[in-house]
Design a protein. Structure first.
Length: 67
């Protein structure tokens, strides 16, 4: 399977916003990108979670696909 390059807005430091059903809306930022894996630091919980480029692209602040 061919890996697609990340969207231009998927960069370290970019803000992400994601609604987690049952947990509300959480804000974070991208702290690391390695291949198809992205690490997001969530501000409210101070946790870092690995994610995919596709997940993060949908959760970028200002995206229509935040919910």
């Amino acid at each position: 399977m061919e890996m697609l390059p990340p969207a231009p807005s998927v960069v370290v430091g970019a803000a992400v916003v994601k609604r987690f059903p049952g947990y509300g809306v959480h804000r974070g930022s991208i702290v690391e990108i390695a291949g198809n894996r992205v690490v997001v630091h969530w501000a409210a919980t101070d946790e870092r979670t690995p994610s995919t480029l596709q997940f993060v692209a949908r959760a970028l602040k200002g995206s229509d696909a935040r919910t």
